[in-house]
Design a protein around this ligand. Sequence first.
Ligand SMILES: O=C(O)CCC(=O)C(=O)O
Length: 277
Amino acid sequence: MHPIPLSDLPPRDWAASSRDLDRDGVVHLPGALGPEALAKVEAAVEFSLANPGPSARHFYPEEAATFFEDRGSRHLPLVRETGIDSMLAALWGEDRFWYLGEQLFLKEGGRSRRTPWHQDTSYLRMRGSQLVACWISLDALPKQHCLEFVRGSHRGVLYNGSAFAADDETAPLYRHSPLPRLPDIQARRGEFDIVSWDVTPGDMIVFHLGALHGGAGTDQRMRRRTVSLRFLGPDVVYDGRVRDERGAREGNDEAMAGVYAGLADGDPFPVAHLEQV
Ligand SMILES: O=C(O)CCC(=O)C(=O)O
């Protein structure tokens, strides 16, 4: 399928959006997806929810509200059919990039928890400027239920990941790590430059995977279905910084051990196992 040209997509000042993304690590693109494109995203998300992949999980299963996550690499066609590939090319000035897969979250059934503050790069061994997620909510969300970001944090410290522990959202993913523990952003919000938006279905938020971000929970009778489509470009290198001094591997890192074998910090990221967009 040929990419949908930018001229067929909702108009925007792409140079300004590109500057915002580079400076802030995040940019809100209101109305990026028209009704047809949005319907395709919704169908893809509903398919994934009805057919969870092997890594699907329920966070905090002891709690009444649902907080479900699924990851996979089943929706690359969607990227082309919605013009997201053309939008990314406009943001990056680069039309060669790879699909890192999708991550879905479903929160419903009462007051679900927040998604703890974290950086995706704590879980992924990647470093570079061309490393983003396109986050889409299928449900209208007022600002206080949106995904939130610490502006500019993609250029700052790489923190240890959050283990998503029920009793402490900053509890570290890697127990014996030189990476500093996450600050308690939620407890000290006033100290951080936090940004979020009211979003309506069709909006897209593009953020650098190194940006600190955290997602609101839900209230009674709310449904919050969100999907992140993630990509990397050619300037991304393997991030070989030690995560756990005792060699423990976690989550995605464990699954990628074979791909990373023999790589040194700063080597070009091995893209052979990924699908080019
Ligand atoms: O939507 C959310 O609550 C979390 C999203 C998120 O953390 C991500 O897409 O990386």
